[in-house]
Design a protein around this ligand. Structure first.
Ligand code: ISL
Length: 597
């Protein structure tokens, strides 16, 4: 059976771990200002402990003007007063550690806020000793500085519009791949790298257990050539595609290996290092996560969450072809089977809610959310549960542009209106499908006025379906999305086949059923999920009619006749090889498995 590291290494602790992502702004408010905070997290630690997660990843809580909800940092060593204080964080870390839960911080070092002292000094003068800490360039030759088209390159920003901002004071432009308030750091400058590494060591010395590295594969750039003009709205047809010059640049692996030497040497075994790498391929994933290269433990791929993107990207969603999803996931499973490691996710603070996007968030919300979770958690890799995913929280279904808060969505709407590329009705539909705000509505704790999230006015509307979709109701129902996640997490902790068994896709061409096996290190597991509202059948060679039912999301046993499994709408099952069940290796009952004792 292949290992996550070289074959004779003991498995790393995170090969059997599950990570829970907290987007603090929307998790739990404790002081009534309508924004989640660290003391609010303290109120919900029992929820995390009952779920059984091993790690909590906090989206940024550092001091920030909040232009991009904290992904624009103005002081890496201070907590923004919105979220509390360093002492509050110390208390949260201690409380989580006391429950055996590690803490990972979000590391945003491709860019800072334009209010960071480094940038304020850099922009103060062309002769500033920090001028070269960012990317400054004069206007395109022969063009009047500050006029449209005079930007140094034709690059577009991920948040619509140009990727260069003109600075009147020094008559030059600075690069920002994201918002104009998020200037890109110049990683070519060794002083920048040294300052980042020093900050990272400071956080590790404070007792955190690792980093989720924001767009870390953008830090090495070739700033000069124009990008291809494309009709992709996300890069905007009026601006060039910067990605060929900014994704996985020439010195990226050099920088990551230097970071490893400067920051992680001697601390490795206890840490979790996960890179967010938009545009990374399986081949890149092998380079990033091969332990012998000492770069990262795992990365977030985007290939599977871009399959339903039309030419217009996230705001142009198309129906997903399950066969493409299966092929993509399988490619990553096999590509990292013998070296490196996968992260596993359906959603996060940047993605729509998976039960709305890939499932059916109406009549079959519970079934489709539990089916999606089963399929994801039974893959080989480290699963990430995004806050509310364990409750089957759905998209916001906002119908007014004024309900949106996310800069990416608001900038897209402003550009679309300015250029008349969409009517407001088309915009509302585009945002309702793809906006990041879908995942940023407050966590729904109970059926009370603001879902138990705040006693004040929430910064973004609470989903009205919180009256039925909430943690309190989920906890009371053994067959709920919450308890199903709890059982999946427990299964990962208990079963070495789940942790590290080989993945083999089955029935790859089936348009509605996602089926695979996991084998090696224990009895083979058969996994199948019905991605449709209609009954389906699938042939599972080798599965016996009396196979042990390990986990299910429908009552009773599924019908298995002659190796053919019949699945009810959105049904998911995990079956364990019958031979093992006959020898009594695993005493779980069917009823316990499906939570219908
Ligand atoms: O999800 C995306 C691509 O499909 C983008 O919306 C997202 O901006 C990109 O994945 C990078 O995300 C990270 O960096 C951004 C920040 O806005 C995101 O929240 C963060 O996850 C800039 O820091």
């Amino acid at each position: 059976m292949p290992s996550a590291q070289s074959r004779d290494d003991p498995p790393a602790w995170w090969t059997s771990a599950v990570v829970y992502q907290i987007y603090p702004r929307s998790f739990q408010d404790s002081d009534g200002d309508g924004i989640g905070d660290l003391r609010g997290v303290l109120q919900r630690i029992d929820h995390l402990a009952e779920l059984g997660v091993d790690v909590v990843w906090f989206s940024p809580i550092y001091r920030s003007p909040q232009d991009d909800n904290g992904y624009d940092i103005s002081d890496y060593r201070e907590i923004d007063p919105l979220f509390g204080t360093l002492e509050d964080l110390d208390e949260v870390v201690a409380a989580l550690h006391a429950r055996g839960i590690r803490v990972v911080m979000d590391l945003v070092v491709n860019h800072t806020s334009d209010e960071h002292p480094w940038f304020l000094e850099s922009r103060s003068s062309k002769d500033s000793d920090k001028r070269d800490w960012y990317w400054w360039r004069p206007a395109r030759e022969g063009m009047e500085p500050g006029t449209r088209g005079a930007e140094p390159t034709n690059w577009g920003s991920y948040f619509s519009g140009p990727a260069w901002e003109f600075d009147e004071a020094t008559g030059e432009y600075y690069l920002h791949l994201f918002s104009r308030k998020q200037p890109d750091l110049n990683w070519e400058n060794p002083q920048v790298r040294a300052a980042v590494y020093d900050m990272m060591r400071w956080w590790l010395d404070r007792g955190i257990d690792g980093f989720r590295m924001d767009v870390i594969n953008l830090i090495s750039k070739s700033v000069g050539p124009d990008g291809r003009l494309s009709d992709a709205v996300v890069i905007d047809g009026r601006y060039g595609d910067n990605r060929e010059h900014t994704v996985n640049g020439p010195r990226l692996h050099e920088f990551l290996q230097e970071m490893h030497r400067e920051v992680f040497e001697g601390r490795r075994d206890t840490l979790l290092l996960v890179g967010e790498t938009p545009g990374a391929t399986v081949e890149d994933g092998r380079l990033f996560t091969d332990p012998s290269r000492r770069e990262l433990d795992m990365i977030f791929t985007f290939e599977h969450v871009h399959l339903d993107h039309g030419p217009g990207g996230r705001f142009d969603l198309r129906p997903l072809d399950l066969r493409e999803l299966k092929a993509t996931m399988a490619r990553w499973q096999t590509g990292l089977a013998d070296v490196g490691w996968n992260s596993l996710y359906w959603e996060n603070h940047d993605q729509p809610r998976s039960v709305s996007r890939f499932g059916a968030d109406g009549a079959y919300r519970r079934e489709s959310a539990t089916m999606l979770a089963t399929v994801l958690h039974l893959h080989r890799g480290t699963p990430y549960v995004y806050q509310g995913e364990e409750l089957g929280m759905t998209n916001a279904h906002f119908r007014r542009l004024s309900d949106y808060r996310d800069i990416e969505s608001l900038r897209f709407a402003a550009e679309a209106r300015a250029h008349g590329t969409m009517t407001d009705a088309q915009l509302v539909d585009a945002l309702a499908g793809g906006s990041r705000d879908n995942a940023r509505t407050p966590v729904q704790w109970d059926a009370s006025a603001s879902a138990g999230f705040t006693s004040g006015e929430p910064w973004i509307a609470v989903n009205p379906n919180h009256v039925t979709v909430n943690a309190e109701a989920e906890r009371a129902d053994e067959a709920s999305v919450f308890h199903h996640h709890r059982r999946l997490i427990a299964l990962r902790h208990d079963d070495p086949v789940v942790q590290r068994g080989d993945f083999t896709l089955v029935a790859a061409d089936h348009p509605h059923v996602y089926a695979f096996t996991r084998s090696g290190g224990g009895p083979t597991l058969f996994v199948a999920g019905n991605f449709s509202s209609q009954p389906q059948t699938v042939e599972l060679a080798g599965v016996d009619a009396d196979a042990e039912l390990v986990i299910a999301n429908h009552p009773g046993r599924p019908s298995i006749t002659g190796g053919v499994l019949a699945l009810r709408p959105w049904e998911a099952v995990v079956l364990r090889d019958a031979r093992a069940a006959r020898t009594g290796d695993h005493g779980r009952t069917d009823a316990a498995a499906s939570g219908r004792e």
